[in-house]
Design a protein around this ligand. Structure first.
Ligand SMILES: O=C[C@H](O)[C@H](O)[C@H](O)COP(=O)(O)O
Length: 237
């Protein structure tokens, strides 16, 4: 997706922000546009906005742009979170975590009264799973955890290559919470709820990249315009 289209989706999401709101700030290239545009609105006079970032990268960006920040300890309930997605279906179920921020993103989104997702419309899919599902894993016992993930995922009808995400430095990618990521190339996830329940039984799995029942609104941008979906979407994919 062109940067301009990402920015258009982000600009639409800024319309959801009102003065005085506590806002969860997502992670990724699309969410970065939102942070940028939100900062511009704050400079123009949108008052008393407090941001809660979902990653250290977003924290650094928002801080630099002058957005007032807080933590979930200070504000355990947020008014709104705006974030990106790697895949989204008609029920607004998603795969997230392509950038490795899934754990904090899920904590922040779950603490929010409204969750608005911004994405390229090509991320709207009929069945989740073409994008490898990220799992955040405790480094201790990784081999045993991986075996169990494979076993329980197969029981839930999902098989495919499970790989340890590597960083640009050639070492395992580390999340902001000091964990590693397993990317699961399942291809199709017919029963996201069943898979999510199964994976959460594995002790070393901290969180899955399946975001189910979390998004309220999806703003999808395409060359022919912007579409705003709510949880009852029944249009063409
Ligand atoms: O961990 C990263 C997040 O879940 C992102 O929101 C997701 O990967 C989408 O990122 P982007 O907007 O760069 O496609």
């Amino acid at each position: 997706m062109s940067d301009e289209l990402k920015r258009q989706a982000a600009a639409k999401a800024v319309e959801f922000v009102e003065a005085g709101m506590r806002v969860g700030l997502g992670t990724g290239s699309t969410a970065a546009h939102f942070v940028d545009l939100l900062a511009a609105r704050v400079r123009e006079g949108l008052s008393d906005i407090v941001g809660v970032p979902t990653s250290e990268a977003t924290r650094a960006q928002a801080e630099k742009l002058g957005i007032k920040l807080a933590t979930l300890d200070e504000f355990p309930v947020l008014d709104l979170t705006v974030d990106g997605a790697d895949e989204i279906d008609a029920e607004l179920r998603m795969i997230k975590g392509g950038g490795g921020a899934l754990l904090r993103e899920k904590i922040v989104a779950t603490a929010s009264e409204q969750v608005v997702i911004i994405a390229d419309k090509s991320k709207l899919v009929e069945t989740l799973g073409a994008f490898p599902l990220p799992l955040e894993i405790v480094p201790f016992g990784l081999g045993a955890t991986r075996n169990l993930v494979e076993l329980l995922a197969a029981d839930a009808g999902c098989e495919g290559e499970i790989s340890l995400r590597m960083g640009a430095d050639g070492k395992p990618f580390m999340t902001d919470s000091g964990n590693v990521i397993l990317d699961c190339a399942f291809g199709r996830i017919e029963d996201p709820e069943g898979l999510d329940d199964a994976l959460k039984l594995v002790p070393g799995v901290v969180e899955t990249g399946l975001f189910l029942g979390i998004a309220d609104v999806a703003i999808l941008s395409a060359a022919d315009g912007i579409e705003v979906l709510e949880t009852d979407y029944s249009g063409e994919i």
